[in-house]
Design a protein around this ligand. Sequence first.
Ligand code: APR
Ligand code: PHB
Length: 391
Amino acid sequence: MRTTVGIIGAGPAGLLLARLLHNAGIDSVVLESRDRAYVEQRQRAGILEQGTVDVLRAAGAGGRMDREGLRHDGIELRFARERHRVDFPALTGGSSVMVYAQTEVCKDLIALQLEEGSPLLFGAEALAVEGAESERPRVRFRHEGREDVLECDYVVGCDGFWGVARRAIPAEHSRVFERTYPFGWLGILADVPPSHDELVYARHDRGFALLSMRSPVVSRLYLQVPEGTDAGSWADEEIWDELGRRLETADGWSLERGTITSKSVTPMRSHVHEPMRHGRLFLAGDAAHIVPPTGAKGLNLAVGDVVTFARALVHLEETGSAERLDAYSETCLRRVWQAERFSYDMTTLLHRAPDATPFEDRVQLARLRRIATSRAAETDLAEGYTGFPLD
Ligand code: APR
Ligand code: PHB
């Protein structure tokens, strides 16, 4: 098999890249190891930055998002039983975010790709990327029990944190920057209307809690739990009790309970692989970087990477200049590190480390009060949350 751009992975990064290339008249093949149902059901965050919304619309993939997504103009911070709303458009000159689940973004992009786009193969597991330093890189893969080779002009590894693409970059050219956090998130989906109309990020002495949503009738909620917690060790009633405690306010707000339909634990990690390019192999999305979920930057970063790649390749085709393609890693990493910083700040602002000292607790509360009382501090949060510019 032969194509211009071989894409490994059909998460948001790989799927959007295939769509952007299709729109630019560049052919590609997407190899995805899992089946379609799995990819369409995997639960992930659900906040789209303004820039991500604009990109999906421009790619012709925003129809259902615009009908079913919920535009959010702010979030609420809770601490010490107080509440403080951060008004995004007022602080950023008009930006907002969209609540639209990543699973839905994937479903929309898969449907478009299968209808109009280049081949998208499910059950096709990439085994290795070869010849990244040559003019003709290859992806060895297994599909329907047979081994095959995809010959490409470029390979883009969109295969997530556990993928194979990153391994094709020799260790002497790689640097990894990493931090793990001594806690995770226990996440639930529940059939109950959200108890607040915007997301609520709560700092509490017992740990962080987040109230989010998937639709007007489905809530998504999270609790900070110790690293390595088994989701099954929490009974449904215990989860609601704990959410109630951590989200409690002095003004009598109350949390509606409903049937829990899913329960899982997400570990928390910051990870960046540099560079994001080796020869004709490019890394995009989680294959190159991971952020802790506080602030929901993962999907938005993946979108930034593939837009940068697609624009650079179009620039090469139109002008003959590889300048932008050569700058891919540097261009992406500038934005990646801003999102890493933002996610780290949000995480340390709101979570309680198991060994937190009383001094650190006071500093954390002071940071929150600063955001609640200084327009400059609040603007910094609002700009980070609604997203950093692409160029
Ligand atoms: N061959 C083919 N496909 C693979 C392989 C392989 N060897 N290894 C992994 N994959 C597939 C996975 O099954 C998955 O569908 O690559 C895809 C990677 O998708 P994601 O993990 O969703 O990563 P990405 O597209 O970069 O999206 C980033 O996902 O993890 C979240 O929070 C993160 O929202 C962010 C987004
Ligand atoms: C989610 O809805 O899953 C979500 C929302 C905001 C976050 C993380 C996850 O910061």
